[in-house]
Design a protein around this ligand. Structure first.
Ligand code: PMP
Length: 407
């Protein structure tokens, strides 16, 4: 099925604006995606119509809010090909999801000498939580190396993932380089030594269909706001037995069965890991975002973005002075590049003057930048509403910017 790009663009109101007198070209989707009208409507619908608190309410609005929240949980479960919606934990985003596993599972399970394996291209949110746990437990963080194209070295991985490995925490799609990692192969290595597997899916879910079981992972994290949904909402999926092995983290309302000063008992999943009033509107908005993606057809989204990526790469290769960063054969959503001798921010600022939004800098992946010998990149990242015209505008603006910068 093809995509009706005009209709898709018309349903994303933020696209229809001028920036510095030029029509907006939004290519900062890796940071966050613009929101389609059904998501905005879902948020408005909750706030304007039934913004009551959830669970335990006996009045009609509370029941409606609870039903909408739990329907959103089922939407997320369906989107990730998960049968048991109790395995879906709402969090603030990928960062909180990873920290939840770090604090409730790793911190109480790992001992000195245990190893946590991450890759060289992780986002800081899949590095720092493990460093914090390592500092407390004596565990060690080890790193899967990558080559100059941004491809993980599987031979090295087979040596690093070993008897001491307790956890493999790896990104499915790199936000800085666009690399699609062979997560299933890595997960098989981790499983063979009895380690748990966590997948950072922040840049995977926005770009097409995801089946968490296909990764053979124990935990999978993603953020609502990169997936056309609201900010402040995200998801941790875990296999039931993996989530059962997680202790409690935040204590408070909703996560208990009964509280007394003699002792407190805890609720079943998912409530046990969702203390306090959740981001009700956010979850409802995320459900709407995922349904919007599905209504477009997930495979068609992936195919469209793959075409855009190929088109964009070809255009950028023709621009003298640009050097692509991240040339893995399997990529999704991201075109990163540098102009030698020019600071990425200078290029980004000039592009903004032409109405083009890109991100510049280290993209919260400083170790990856260091490995490639650069301080940062200019990153154009794609969403379903982008077009070849957007990429033509980017290429044209880049040529002008580079002339102005004398590069
Ligand atoms: N992992 C990856 C791969 C990301 O791209 C991001 C966001 N840039 C994160 C984790 C963190 O997501 P959030 O800030 O929404 O928690």
């Amino acid at each position: 099925m093809g995509l009706d790009l005009q209709a898709i663009r018309a349903s994303v109101p933020a696209l229809a604006q001028q920036i510095h007198g030029k029509p907006l070209v939004y290519l900062d989707n890796g940071a966050t995606a613009l929101k389609p009208q059904p998501v905005i409507d879902a948020l408005l619908g909750y706030y304007a119509g039934y913004s009551a608190n959830v669970h335990r309410g006996v009045h009609t609005l509370s029941v409606r809010a609870t039903e909408a929240l739990e329907a959103a949980r089922r939407d997320v479960a369906a989107h990730l090909c998960v049968q048991d919606d109790c395995e879906i934990i709402f969090t603030r985003g990928t960062t909180e999801s990873i920290n939840l596993v770090a604090q409730t599972w790793a911190r109480r399970t790992l001992v000195a000498g245990d190893e946590i394996v991450v890759s060289a291209m992780e986002h800081h949110s899949n590095i720092v939580p493990w460093q914090l746990v390592a500092a407390e437990t004596g565990a060690v963080v080890r790193v899967l190396p990558m080559d100059d194209r941004g491809v993980l070295d599987l031979t090295a991985a087979a040596e690093i993932i070993g008897d001491k490995t307790r956890l493999l925490a790896v990104v499915a799609v790199s936000n800085a380089l666009g690399t699609v990692n062979p997560v299933r192969k890595l997960a098989a290595m981790a499983r063979a030594v009895g380690a748990k597997v966590l997948v950072d899916g922040a840049q995977a879910v926005p770009h097409g269909a995801v089946d968490v079981h296909a990764y053979d992972a124990d935990f999978f994290a993603f953020s609502g706001h990169k997936t056309y949904g609201p900010t402040g909402i995200g998801v941790l999926w875990g296999r039931r037995e993996a989530l059962e092995a997680c202790g409690t983290w935040h204590g408070g309302g909703d996560m208990i069965r009964s509280v007394s000063f003699e002792g407190t008992t805890f609720a079943e999943l998912p409530a046990r890991l969702e203390a306090g009033t959740p981001h009700i509107a956010g979850a409802i908005g995320l459900g709407a975002a995922l349904r919007w993606m599905q209504s477009l057809d997930l495979d068609a989204i992936a195919a469209h973005e793959a075409d855009l990526l190929a088109y964009g790469h070809a255009l950028l290769r023709e621009i003298p002075g640009l050097r692509p960063i991240g040339e893995a054969p399997q990529k999704a959503g991201v075109m990163s590049f540098v102009v030698d001798g020019v600071h990425p921010n200078d290029v980004g600022t000039l592009l903004d003057g032409y109405g083009i939004a890109v991100r510049t800098g280290h993209h919260c992946a400083e170790p990856a930048m260091r490995r490639l010998g650069i301080s940062g990149t200019i990153r154009a990242s794609l969403a379903v509403y982008n077009t070849t015209e957007d990429l033509d505008r980017l290429a044209e603006a880049l040529r002008r910017a580079l002339r102005l910068l004398g590069a």
